[in-house]
Write a protein that binds this ligand. Sequence first.
Ligand code: NAG
Ligand code: NAG
Ligand code: NAG
Ligand code: NAG
Ligand code: NAG
Ligand code: NAG
Ligand code: NAG
Ligand code: NAG
Length: 308
Amino acid sequence: MVCPSAAPPAPTLRMWLGLGLFVLLCLGLGQALEKKVVKSKVGEKASLPCCYEIPHSESLQNYRVYWQKNTMEVVLAYSHGELIDSHTRYRNRTEMDPWNCTLWISPMEILDNGTYQCVVQHKSVVVCDEHVTLFVTADFSKPDITAEVTASSCESTEMVIICSSHGGFPKPKISVALNNESVEWNTSWVSESSLSPYNVTGTLVLNVTKDVNVTCSVEYDGFAKSTSLLLEKTNDCVVPPVLPPYNVIIASSIIVIIFILAIALAARYLPRHVCSHCRKPQDLVEEGTKEGMKPPVSPKVTSETSSV
Ligand SMILES: *[C@@H]1O[C@H](CO)[C@@H](O)[C@H](O)[C@H]1NC(C)=O
Ligand SMILES: *[C@@H]1O[C@H](CO)[C@@H](O)[C@H](O)[C@H]1NC(C)=O
Ligand SMILES: *[C@@H]1O[C@H](CO)[C@@H](O)[C@H](O)[C@H]1NC(C)=O
Ligand SMILES: *[C@@H]1O[C@H](CO)[C@@H](O)[C@H](O)[C@H]1NC(C)=O
Ligand SMILES: *[C@@H]1O[C@H](CO)[C@@H](O)[C@H](O)[C@H]1NC(C)=O
Ligand SMILES: *[C@@H]1O[C@H](CO)[C@@H](O)[C@H](O)[C@H]1NC(C)=O
Ligand SMILES: *[C@@H]1O[C@H](CO)[C@@H](O)[C@H](O)[C@H]1NC(C)=O
Ligand SMILES: *[C@@H]1O[C@H](CO)[C@@H](O)[C@H](O)[C@H]1NC(C)=O
């Protein structure tokens, strides 16, 4: 047992605990070796379980309860049912259940990350002592991938691929996979302190010789987010790229327009000229018959209107 070398209790605790309680405290620390772990996200509510349920025949009045962090900092302390101490950083953000002594912290902050200790004392006897490790995480943004072409030839296109994600905690891993095969790349992290949100960036120089699926993943404390981007190999050099593409488009569209115009003009004028020569007799006959039919109709109409 590593009890004697374990961190000493905070000064406030020492005040209350006699040497005779040392053995009990040791037992408590022994239990704490199988530490409880709580994970929580920034802004959420975390619940840190204590180790004792006050029997309903009694009440918090007969107990002292301490919640402290990293063995030095008192988060809050209750004595005779009253709050006797609380840390300014935790003030208005904490609550304690009066029966099972569960500590609630809301909203969670990155600085709350750490190991907490709950000590319950009944008539000067420590009835339980528990360590709870709180891991605080903050979500990273979905990774953003950009690909910039730095050089291009018939065989390959050289690209700089940059993937970034920001605003998360703790320090993450950022990895890249090409067609589902992970590759090494350069990564960098930015953070104001070890207890501040991180921005992370990965950079890769890649020769694209065929279509490739790039997947970038950011992993932090058991969570992962990823983004994929399909990089297409464009210039295959089947036709030598002598003219820049837009010139080719303009030239070919001018040719197409001229061609369409020629067809349109031909369609409009050629048939009329042909017909004016070959179909005239027929047309005349048809017109003649139509005109021949009309006269009987028009007198009827005039007679009807005149009779009205
Ligand atoms: C403590 O009590 C609260 C409120 O009754 C309950 O929500 C919580 O689950 C309890 N925690 C434990 C560890 O028993
Ligand atoms: C806690 O809340 C009270 C009232 O809502 C306020 O007066 C006090 O300044 C707050 N304390 C802290 C440390 O924020
Ligand atoms: C958060 O607290 C735990 C427990 O003390 C510690 O192991 C971990 O390193 C802390 N994380 C960071 C990023 O400081
Ligand atoms: C990617 O690789 C993993 C293991 O390396 C495999 O389990 C998974 O099925 C693969 N996915 C695809 C789409 O090939
Ligand atoms: C990482 O960056 C260094 C210097 O900027 C460079 O020499 C190296 O080739 C890069 N490694 C990879 C895998 O991109
Ligand atoms: C991280 O990235 C965000 C958004 O891009 C930016 O506002 C912030 O200043 C960056 N933080 C650091 C420490 O560089
Ligand atoms: C990519 O390929 C070109 C020629 O195909 C070569 O000149 C260049 O050095 C290559 N770049 C990398 C990063 O491998
Ligand atoms: C790229 O790979 C990822 C992960 O393997 C997969 O989910 C995604 O559908 C792939 N995208 C394309 C366009 O192939």
